[in-house]
Design a protein around this ligand. Structure first.
Ligand SMILES: [Zn+2]
Length: 164
């Protein structure tokens, strides 16, 4: 008997050490964005953070993921991986670092950055015929998201804006 690990403890250890590196499927219509608290409904734009500990945090748009990681979520995002929806395969999450992005005003993303992610440049070019726009990298999207967020915050606090 001595020296044996109770089954409950063994299971807990297993769960804790289960290094999940990939994203978890998002439950559309049920989960809310960790940044803006809107319900995640559009599988073309949803995003996810997988922390270094394998915990997942979900967002309705990649701009919310960027702002979360740059703000209060910085500690959680450190060492984690970022996942974005492949616009040409809605519901498929791809690593943001390996994705290519198209910014087009022909599409409206949940928070207004209007950035579409693709796993392959060929898919991006195909979409670009329908949604004219410019190519941007993940790094280039960071300041764009920050500027958008600052503008929105300014609008909310501007005199004359409707207050709750
Ligand atoms: Zn959001």
């Amino acid at each position: 008997m001595s020296g044996r690990v109770p089954i409950g403890v063994a299971l807990a250890l297993l769960v804790a050490s289960g290094c999940q590196s990939g994203p978890e499927p998002i439950r559309y219509g049920q989960q809310e964005c960790a940044f803006c608290r809107m319900r995640i409904a559009d599988p073309r734009f949803a995003s996810e953070l997988v922390t270094a500990h394998g915990k997942t945090v979900v967002f309705d748009a990649l701009e919310c993921l960027i702002e979360f990681a740059a703000g209060d979520g910085g500690a959680a995002a450190a060492g984690g991986t970022f996942w974005v929806s492949d616009f040409s395969r809605p519901g498929e999450l791809i690593d943001a670092r390996g994705a290519v992005f198209l910014r087009s005003d022909g599409v409206r993303s949940p928070m207004g950055l209007n950035a579409l992610a693709f796993a392959a440049p060929a898919a991006l070019e195909q979409a670009r015929a329908q949604y004219p726009g410019t190519l941007v990298t993940w790094d280039e999207l960071q300041p764009l998201a920050h500027a958008l967020h600052a503008r929105r915050a300014e609008q909310r606090s501007a005199p004359g804006a409707s207050r709750p």
